[in-house]
Design a protein around this ligand. Sequence first.
Ligand code: FES
Ligand code: FES
Length: 169
Amino acid sequence: MTHDITLTVNGTEHELRVEPRTLLIHALRDEMGYTGPNVGCESSMCGACTVHMDGNAVKSCTVLAVQADGAEVTTVEGLADADGTLHPIQNAFREEHGLQCGYCTPGMMMTSLHLLAENPDPSEEEIREALEGNLCRCTGYQNIVRAVENAAETMRAEGRELATDGGGD
Ligand code: FES
Ligand code: FES
């Protein structure tokens, strides 16, 4: 039996039919074409699939698509402005060399933004704690932490209250 669900992703509404066992990560990538969130472990270990769902950072391999019916989802694709201007977190990862292969990066950014929405001025320890569930096989943690500090500073200076707002504007 399939289910019809409606999801708003980065401000765009999608209606789709999914199997009861379809995971949100697969609905996003395979059904809707949002290939920013990556599939790593599919068992809640790596964080590569992290997106925002109704304001919370969630590992989208741990959420069934049917559970996300009616939700507002933001993926990494929703961070930049419509004119291509990068979000401060994206600029910061670039400036601080916060990525190597980039596989973990979308999840790292989404988890970091959730932290910054709750705590705009986190300590290094708080950043490391927040990112505990996100693994980087390239072990670039030092630069990732610096990138989050850099983004936090920019976002405070710009007076950005919310890390993500559905994106694209
Ligand atoms: S793919 Fe979801 S946590 Fe690893
Ligand atoms: S940059 Fe390669 S896994 Fe993190």
